[in-house]
Ligand binder design. Sequence first.
Ligand SMILES: *Cc1c(COP(=O)(O)O)cnc(C)c1O
Length: 422
Amino acid sequence: MKFENSLGFAKKLDKADPLKSFRSQFEIPAIHGKKVIYFTGNSLGLQPKSIRKFVQEELNDWAKLGVEGHVHSRRPWLYYHKFTKKALAKLVGAKPIEVVAMNQLTVNLHLMMVSFYRPTKERFKIITEAGAFSSDQYAFESQIKWHNLDPGKTLIELKPRNGEHTLRTEDILKAIRDHASQLALVIFGGVQYYTGQLFNIKKITEAGHQAGAYVGFDLAHAAGNVPLNLHRDGVDFAVWCSYKYLNSGPGGIAGAFVHEKHATSFQLPRFSGWWGHHEKERFQMKKGFVPMPGVDGWQLSNFPVLAGAAHLASLEIFQEAGIKNLKKKSVQLTGYLEFLLKQIDPENNIFTILTPSNPNERGCQLSIYMKQNGKRIFSAITKAGVLADWREPNVIRVAPVPLYNTFEEVYRFSEILKKAIP
Ligand SMILES: *Cc1c(COP(=O)(O)O)cnc(C)c1O
């Protein structure tokens, strides 16, 4: 599509947008009565209006039924984790047996590493991207130390080539081959939180398996942002959170994927709890853990229903919109943002975009590296009603989200940014 730098053109795109009605299903924050331009759905997604109803229903059932709600409420709490399966499976390209909503992201990362990071004397290395999200770095470091290994000799962190901002797939694959004989685990972000780069999940998984390692992904910035095919790509495990693109509320319940090929790998060591025990005899309270087949067997505790109600409400919207349709709009929306940014600074004197320009190598986020006056420009756009995200040392992350952001907002953002540059 050929873009134009005008408000009229942006409005035309909004009018033609088949997903435009979804915006009205969300609460848009306002400052001094004026709606903000909310470009931080990559950090905390906006609140779907339907969440109030879902949560209220659970509160009502709890009030009316007490403990009986486990079985007799409209969505019996005992089976709550099952209600999210269909939508989650669709979102990440999986079978229902491969996905579950549980815990928090970092907790799930640890649970998965307990099972899939089993270092031996020969195979002990982990390959990941340099500059992974802090929590992931701490998880990797502590897992390695827990096995009495030295993180400095165990964790291989891949950096982009000199002068480049993102990793080349060929370099990732080469590193995997180079370390093949000592490699235990390959673990990458889906979409890198800082650069916005979408990694090639299929190729990385293939290479990892060829090297004889397990392969996992942290999809915090990918789930609900880009279509995924975890089952087809053969990924061993994945984890994600639900409060970013999945709009399920601050600290919302996270998700996990374990490939069907491990569904009955009961010999894989794991940390267990009663909710992972086979449901047929979960309440017999017997000694001796018998896991549920599939990822359900990794559950620990009974399901947090209030958080789950919010999650269900939000997932319903994704079911309706469809992740492929969202991606289609996202390519245009973020493409338009990129086009307008280039018009502001065609020579890259003021800023440079770290995120790949190929729509297949990114989601909706663009990471703008400010070469000068970064902090000053950021506070000026904030004052003008833009909620974006500042990352040290010099990056403004903006994420126009196809479910609720508009082309007009992208246009208005570009005007505000232009004015904010001294
Ligand atoms: C947001 C995010 C987290 C946050 O972890 P929580 O356990 O949800 O607090 C971790 N890793 C990545 C890659 C993230 O983007």
